[in-house]
Design a protein around this ligand. Structure first.
Ligand SMILES: *[C@@H]1O[C@H](CO)[C@@H](O)[C@H](O)[C@H]1NC(C)=O
Ligand SMILES: *[C@@H]1O[C@H](CO)[C@@H](O)[C@H](O)[C@H]1NC(C)=O
Length: 277
């Protein structure tokens, strides 16, 4: 973009110049702008291109699509699913008409797991579209939703995974509603992003977040869909037990919340380092 603009500006300069020095003086600001444009282009665009080249092209990505779904039989009895198990909500809606009654469902974890477990080489990317409406006052310990990674054995020990697993969750950070990263055993508790600047009752928010689990590097990252930037990476994602994805949707008395898995890619067989999604 900047490159194009600069080139156009350069070409509109008159070609036949009687006195190049006078011209240069007259156009010193354009020339300066051009030089700045070139420098900015080199500084901003080139590293971006280098980073992108290590990620598959849009067309190539099609080959890596896999269908990640919420696991119906694990889903807590307070939650509802869509027919195709891609939407999880804490209330009955047209889109989520299915309450879950199953002998293996979670009793403590107010959520479910993904239908794909991790191996030591898994590299999975998926995008979540969320929406919530705040119906009543939320204190700072009331959770909105969580996307986490946890041991399959430990997951039902608690209502969320932040204390024993690796969690990105949304809650009331007093002056705003924010996304936070938590890993209990390393005392990680970091504010990652403001999700809505209004934290009052009646707030309705929708958004998208990308998540990347790279078991090769033992990392779990959250990616901002607006800027395609990695917002935060939880490291040392290691466990002796089977690890899985955890999705929690909380406080149905205070919130109407919905999570939808938009798409997912399995890059396990690809030697990528960076994700620009
Ligand atoms: C979030 O917490 C602050 C401080 O306790 C409170 O003033 C605000 O009303 C809360 N927001 C909601 C939506 O409950
Ligand atoms: C927040 O509200 C919950 C009920 O939703 C309550 O159990 C908890 O004690 C409250 N926490 C604080 C810090 O007030």
């Amino acid at each position: 973009m900047q490159l194009n603009e600069s080139v156009v500006r350069w070409n509109t300069e008159p070609k036949a110049t009687r006195n190049i020095w006078i011209r240069m003086k007259q156009h010193r600001w354009s020339i300066l702008a051009f030089i700045c444009g070139v420098i900015l282009t080199l500084v901003l665009v080139v590293p971006g291109m280098v980073a992108k080249s290590s990620f598959p092209e849009k067309n190539d990505q099609a080959g890596y699509i896999f269908s990640l779904r919420f696991d119906r039989k694990s889903t807590h009895s307070l939650l509802f699913l869509s027919d195709d198990n891609t939407v999880l909500a804490n209330s009955f809606t047209k889109e989520t008409p299915n309450p879950v009654k199953h002998p293996e469902q979670f009793n403590n974890y107010v959520g479910t797991i993904g239908d794909r477990y991790f191996t030591s080489t898994s590299k999975l990317y998926f995008e979540i579209k969320f929406s919530y409406e705040i119906l009543k006052y939320l204190n700072s310990t009331d959770l909105v939703f969580e996307v986490g990674v946890a041991s399959r054995e430990k997951i039902d020990s608690h209502h969320y995974v932040g204390t024993h697993g690796w969690s990105f969750f949304i809650h009331n950070c007093t002056t705003n509603i924010c996304l936070r990263a938590q890993h209990g055993t390393t005392n990680t508790y970091e504010e990652v992003k403001i999700i809505s600047s209004s934290s009052t009752v009646g707030t309705v928010t929708t958004g998208r977040l990308g998540f990347f689990v790279n078991m090769n590097r033992n990392e779990f990252s959250v990616i901002d869909k607006d800027s395609s930037k990695i917002l935060y990476t939880l490291k040392k994602v290691v466990s002796a037990d089977q690890l899985c994805l955890a999705f929690g949707v909380y406080n149905h008395r205070y919130l109407e919340t919905k999570l939808e898995i938009m798409y997912s890619y399995d890059f396990t067989n690809l030697p990528i380092i960076n994700v620009v999604a």
